[in-house]
Design a protein around this ligand. Structure first.
Ligand code: GLY
Length: 371
């Protein structure tokens, strides 16, 4: 098979897809704008958290099922990726513990617990003491918790490195460029044109450029827009947490290298990559309220990234209705790009290679935004 597939976007979605496609024997070219476009993947903390992200909305059932399927897929995806790339990605399926620190927080957590249970999620309700039996360093002020023991996290930056390596080992190519538009011949997408006017041709084109897709002439309007998130990494002294903790105002993600990543804000209408000092202080305070030891940890990095959001908080996947043949979208994963990468790649690769649109994929078509 001598097909060439162009993937615009070198974040976790584009790379996971590039890896799966290259495993099928097709030639892939990943085009990424690098520092010219604000990233989402390296800014993510890496939670794999179907029970805790807000999966409500018009297609919440489909999104929840997709999230749970992707969570399950992460285990084999991580093992295979580490084996194929030779890189460790710090996949930590050690559970996620949501905690409440006052009565109204406990009531909200209980509501979320019941909603996830009704969707079929495997979550446990805990007393404050039971949360401290899982994470001894939690504050005495923690009143209640919800434990999703099958959930966890990965290191998005390490996963990106591993995916790039795995794609390279499969013969994939990388080009650093900003893309301006899709090149068409009649009804077909036959490539892309860079901001500098160069053409890169291929048999199919996939746009996985996150919020930056809004600047590409696609021949169809894809409603993807940025929502900024700020985060901070601390260097743990002594015992770090083991599982992810979701506390009021912050989540805490302990990494194998001894960092504790605390995130994240949600800021609309600000596409800058400057983390606001007050926002970072707020995250640290919220982190230390739930896990007091972190108040003495030294800061090692602060940053901001842009989540690719959509009007219903679900991704846009599949061919472009009434668009050029051979053009596919893998966009708008909003708060769940890391979680959804394996299932997105597994569902989209057959659609790109053979036109097979699974019912699950159909739920995320761009067509849902028409009218
Ligand atoms: N999934 C966590 C975040 O977007 O902040």
């Amino acid at each position: 098979m001598n097909e060439r597939i162009i993937i615009v976007g070198g974040g976790i979605i584009g790379l996971a897809l590039a890896w799966r496609l290259s495993q099928s024997g097709v030639a892939v070219t990943v085009i990424d704008a690098g520092a010219a476009v604000p990233p989402a993947t390296p800014a993510a903390a890496g939670m794999l958290a179907p029970s805790f992200e807000e999966l409500a909305g018009p297609i919440s059932g489909a999104l929840y099922d997709f999230s749970v399927a992707s969570l399950k897929r992460w285990r084999s995806f991580a093992a295979e990726l580490e084996a194929e790339s030779g890189e460790a990605i710090d996949y930590r399926p050690f559970g996620i513990l949501g905690v409440a620190m006052d009565e109204s927080g406990a009531a909200a957590l209980r509501e979320a617990f019941e909603a996830v249970t009704a969707l079929g999620g495997a979550v446990e309700w805990l007393t404050g003491d039971e949360t401290r039996a899982i994470e001894a360093g939690l504050s005495d002020r923690v009143l209640a918790g919800v434990f999703a023991r099958e959930e966890g996290q990965v290191d998005p930056r390490r996963a990106t490195r591993a995916l790039r390596e795995a794609v390279s080992r499969r013969g994939g190519a990388f080009i650093n460029a900003r893309i301006r538009r899709i090149v068409r011949r009649g009804a077909d997408a036959i490539g892309v044109e860079t901001a500098g006017g160069d053409r890169i041709e291929g048999d199919r084109v996939v746009i996985a450029a996150g919020a930056a897709a809004a600047a590409i002439e696609l021949g169809a309007a894809a409603p993807v827009y940025p929502i900024k998130g700020e985060a901070v990494a601390l260097r743990a002294r002594g015992d770090n947490l083991r599982c992810v903790v979701r506390a009021p105002g912050a989540y805490l993600c302990p990494k194998a290298d001894g960092r504790l990543v605390i995130g994240a804000t949600e800021v609309e209408e600000d596409a800058s990559l400057e983390p606001a000092p007050a926002a970072i202080e707020g995250l640290k305070r919220a982190g230390a309220a739930a896990f007091p030891a972190s108040g003495a940890y030294r800061e090692v990095e602060r940053w901001a990234g842009l989540r690719p959001a959509t009007p219903d908080a679900a991704p846009i996947l599949g061919p472009v209705p009434d668009g050029p043949e051979g053009l596919f979208l893998a966009l708008g994963h909003y708060r769940n790009g890391i979680l959804l990468a394996p299932e997105t790649a597994a569902a989209l690769a057959p659609a790109i290679l053979g036109g097979e649109i699974s019912p699950l994929l159909g739920a995320f078509s761009l067509a849902r935004f028409k009218n």
